[in-house]
Design a protein around this ligand. Structure first.
Ligand code: SAH
Length: 359
C-alpha cells in the first residue's frame, strides 16, 4: 500500500469523493488515511497548532434546530463573560505558549460592536496572540470594525451546502435571510482568514450533499476547515431524530467524519484543520489522535472557566466531555508528541507557499 495510489494522481472529482465517502474496505481506507497524512505533512508539516478556545457567551438570538444554546432552550442558565475574565483567559493562552485565542459565542447581540472591538484591541496590545472570532452572523460593519481592531480570523460553518436543509435547521431572523456563504465572502474581502465547515450526519443530510460540502471547501478556498459529527441534543427539535434522509442519509459516525477530514485535507492541502472536540466526544479514547493521523493539524483546547464551560452546552454530555475529553493542554501536548508530531510555535496561520520546503 502506498500513497502513490493512482487514484490520488488526478484531482478528486465528485464521483471519486463520493466513492471514498462510501468505501467500506478497510485496506482501501488505509490508502485514503495515508494519502491525507502525506498531504498534511507535505503542506503544513508536523506541527500541531493549539488554539485556546474561550466560549465568551451562551446568549443566542437564533433558533438553530441542532444547537443546545438556541434561544428557545429555557433549560440553560445564560452567561456572558466580563472583559476582565476574557483577558485573563487570553493571558493564560499566552502563558501556555499558544499562538491563537478563539473567542466563540452564541449569536449574542449583547456583544456589541464597540465592546468586541475594544476587547480585540486590548488583547492585541497586551499579547502577541492571533485572534479568531466565531460570533455567528454579524453585519459587515461589525466585521469591518473588528478587523480594524486587529482580529485575524473568523469561523463560521456553513453547516451543510444543501440550501433547503440549511434553512430547515437554521431558521433566518425575521426579514434577514441567513446567507453564510455571503458572509464568508465578505470576511475574505475584509482580509480575514476564513474558517468554515459542516456537521456530519445532520438528519436529512444526503451523501450527495456531503460530496458537495467537500467541493465547497475547495470553492471557498477555506483557510480553516472544521468538521465534526452531529450530536443530538435532547432539548432541541433535532434531539430525538437520528436519521430522516432514508437510504441516502449520512450517518453521524466517527468513520464518516474521518473520511471527510481526509478528503478535506486532499482538496484543500494547505488548510488548517482541527481534530474537533465533537470528534473526541464520540471516541473519547482515540478520536483526537485519529483525527490528527487522518488529515488534521490543529487542536483547540478549551480555556473557558469551568463555571461557564458547562453552560456552553451546544451538544449534550458536555459535562462528561469536559471531564474525560477536554484534558489539560499538557496532556494534549503529550498526545501530540506520542504521534511523533510537535506542538506548533507562533501564530500558525494559513501558509500559502505551496509544499513545505518549496519556498
Ligand atoms: N454561534 C456561532 C458558534 C456556534 S458553535 C455560530 O453559529 O457560528 C460552533 C459549531 O458547533 C456550530 O457551527 C456547529 O457546527 C457545531 N454544533 C452546534 N450544535 C451541535 C451539535 N448538536 N452537534 C454537533 N455540532 C454542533
Amino acid at each position: 500500500m502506498t500513497a502513490k495510489d493512482p487514484s490520488f494522481e488526478t484531482p478528486l472529482d465528485r464521483d471519486r469523493i463520493r466513492a471514498w465517502l462510501r468505501e467500506e474496505d478497510a485496506l482501501r481506507l488505509e490508502v485514503l488515511w495515508r494519502a491525507a497524512d502525506d498531504a498534511r505533512r507535505l503542506h503544513v508539516g508536523d506541527e500541531v497548532h493549539l488554539r485556546g478556545l474561550v466560549e465568551i457567551s451562551n446568549h443566542c438570538r437564533r433558533q438553530c434546530a441542532y444547537c443546545g444554546i438556541r434561544a428557545g432552550n429555557r433549560g440553560i442558565e445564560r452567561y456572558r463573560m466580563t472583559r476582565d475574565e476574557i483577558l485573563a483567559c487570553a493571558r493564560e493562552a499566552m502563558s501556555l505558549g499558544f499562538g491563537t485565542v478563539v473567542l466563540q459565542a452564541g449569536e449574542d447581540p449583547g456583544l456589541g460592536s464597540e465592546w468586541v472591538a475594544d476587547l480585540v484591541r486590548t488583547i492585541k496590545s497586551e499579547t502577541s496572540l492571533s485572534i479568531t472570532l466565531s460570533l455567528g452572523e454579524r453585519t459587515t460593519d461589525e466585521l469591518r470594525a473588528w478587523k480594524r481592531a486587529g482580529a485575524d480570523r473568523y469561523l463560521l460553518r456553513f453547516e451543510t451546502s444543501d440550501p433547503s436543509l440549511f434553512h430547515r435547521i437554521h431558521p433566518s431572523l425575521p426579514n434577514a435571510l441567513s446567507d453564510r456563504m455571503a458572509q464568508l465572502r465578505a470576511l475574505r474581502d475584509l482580509g480575514y482568514e476564513i474558517g468554515s465547515g459542516v456537521m456530519v450526519g445532520i438528519p436529512g443530510q444526503t451523501w450527495d450533499s456531503l460530496v458537495q460540502d467537500i467541493l465547497t471547501f475547495k470553492a471557498l478556498d477555506l483557510d480553516m476547515i472544521g468538521v465534526g459529527p452531529f450530536l443530538p441534543h435532547p432539548d432541541t427539535p433535532l434531539g430525538g431524530a437520528t436519521e430522516d434522509g432514508g437510504e441516502d442519509q449520512v450517518p453521524a459516525t466517527e468513520d464518516v467524519v474521518y473520511r471527510v477530514l481526509a478528503l478535506a485535507r486532499l482538496v484543500c492541502p494547505e488548510a488548517n484543520i482541527p481534530s474537533t472536540t465533537a470528534l473526541a466526544a464520540i471516541n473519547k479514547k482515540h478520536g483526537r489522535q485519529l483525527g490528527l493521523l487522518r488529515g488534521a493539524n490543529v487542536v483547540m483546547p478549551n480555556l473557558t472557566p469551568s463555571t461557564y464551560r458547562f453552560k456552553y452546552a451546544i451538544y449534550p454530555d458536555k459535562a462528561c466531555v469536559n471531564e474525560t475529553v477536554l484534558v489539560g493542554p499538557s496532556v494534549i501536548a503529550e498526545q501530540i508528541e506520542a504521534l511523533g508530531r510537535r506542538v506548533g510555535r507562533g501564530e500558525g496561520g494559513r501558509r500559502r507557499r505551496g509544499p513545505a520546503g518549496n519556498g
